[in-house]
Design a binder for this molecule. Sequence first.
Ligand SMILES: [Zn+2]
Length: 337
Amino acid sequence: MVSDQKNADTQPLVMQQTLASEVSCMGVGLHSGAQVTLTLQPAPANSGIVFVRNDLEEGANEILADYRSVCDTLLCTKISNDHGASVGTIEHLMAALSAMGVDNVRIEINGPEVPIMDGSSAPFVFLIESVGLQTQDQPRRFIKVLKPVSLEHEGKTVSLAPADDFIIDFSIEFASEAIGHQQIKFDVSASGFKNRYSKARTFGFLQEVEYLRSKGLARGGSLDNAVVVDGDRVLNETGLRYSDEFVRHKVLDAVGDLYLAGARLLGCFTAHKAGHQLNNMILHDLLADESAWCWTTQAAETRDVSNVIAFPSSRTRPSATNMGGERVSLAVASPAE
Ligand SMILES: [Zn+2]
């Protein structure tokens, strides 16, 4: 792989970031219903995102957040290691880490599933903002898409094409009038994730939820952590957080799933009716073809991020002790669009 010489000398480097200090939350897994504690810890530059199942034996309990670790995409994105340790429903946390500019983090968790919280990425954005970020001494690396890659599977399509920024163009189509056709295009490189996407909740149909429950799944699911649609109606009394919350959640899922590439992409991801499976398949297709991508530290992404303050190493950091062991509750208002 060669670096991108074309932009060399023209773009300032974006440096890697980790959390300024440790922060925790508690909650239940959507499918397992199990109560878990999740702790985000600062991690060294170039170490990436690593989940650690601290309820399992040391030495066999680390799972790298990587597209090749994905073992199941049926109801969520689940990753596992060679020892059989796994962690599921990682996508909403991964989306928050990607969009808020967290390159390196060690995620300790004492159960098989990331807590669903309110079904969105907002609680994880809140956790990251509550401790802030630490700038590190290594440049961020990006995966630059060099040529188009696309695939189709059971009427669903996804593609990646060259672009200077990380763009997601997503469309969905449901017979239910509560959803219908929705399409949106988002520049992930620009700030905006927090207000315009992070609060979009996962969703499902009532009959699916009942079926999953009969199979022992969705045990932790409720109207507190998902939008539930029955026919043409949204059952949640408080309605939607965005008029097109469904497609915004699909964008959020894609931001999280595509971060499993191991770095932020520079390219345009276009998807129609896709989900976790195709999000993962396109990464395999792209990264298997060495002529289709390259590593680069040169990106136009100086606007990156976030509304999170990055603390230089010499500055005093805020304490996050008030977060330890408490369930995070958020007052999520309808965002001003
Ligand atoms: Zn989701």
